[in-house]
Design a protein around this ligand. Sequence first.
Ligand code: PTJ
Length: 255
Amino acid sequence: MFDGPSPAGMTGPEIPESHPRYESLLTRHRIEDGVDRGLTSKQGLIAQGRGEAFDYLLGEETIPSADDAERAAAAHLQRADHPVLSVNGNVAALVPGEIVSLAEATDADIEVNLFNRTDRRIERIAGHLRAHGAERVKGQTADGRIPGLDHERAKVDADGIESADVVLVPLEDGDRAEALGAMGKTELVVDLNPMSRSARAATVPIVDNLIRALPNVTAHAEALRGASPAELDSIIESFDADAALAAAERRIRDA
Ligand code: PTJ
């Protein structure tokens, strides 16, 4: 059963929970609704379709290597000096409340950072996140830059992503994932395609659906709240990104 909170003000879809594709249909409804509300770009619909195909092959479940990645991501966020959670139009539509919960569990900033950037969409997404309990949402100042990208796609907040040491970038495009990596940031990427450039550029690639990954990173972060720096470092060091990507690819090829 899908047990995530309903986005505020959304009308629920008429889908019986017993339907075998309940989760997938509910997710589609949220993305569609995100487009109608001006949160998600039309390209976000295409990205969602691509993600669904990989999720189907992964068995629509969090595989063990993804759970390891989610724990390693939680350890990085708890160990960080300045963690930032980057939010785009798909994230805002699918997991607004879950982003706020993760920010609270890890003392992270939330920043809206869009591939297809418009001020109107940034404002709408920031408002949507505030309606889900976010106290402060960055991304509107745009006084920082990611080197090596064209002007619009390079814009970030100087006191947000630009100065972060650890950044969670769900569904990032490959170019920006590589450019953030080149800035020396620890990048935590959620992407259902283990062969994508973003997943390959990540310090921690999480090959899982955003709707399962986010609550699980939060659960791990809460469990690790009192952990010592040495304990967190040992979780971070024992995570093997290449092995996690290979395990996900194996699962897809064997499906
Ligand atoms: O809101 P914007 O303007 O920032 O645009 C966001 C999108 C997602 C449209 C933009 O970043 C984009 O075009 O992304 P791509 O290059 O299509 O990449 C999306 C990746 O996310 C693909 O590899 C998909 O497999 C993956 N994906 C899609 N839905 C999910 C997902 N991964 C995890 N969970 C999902 N629900």
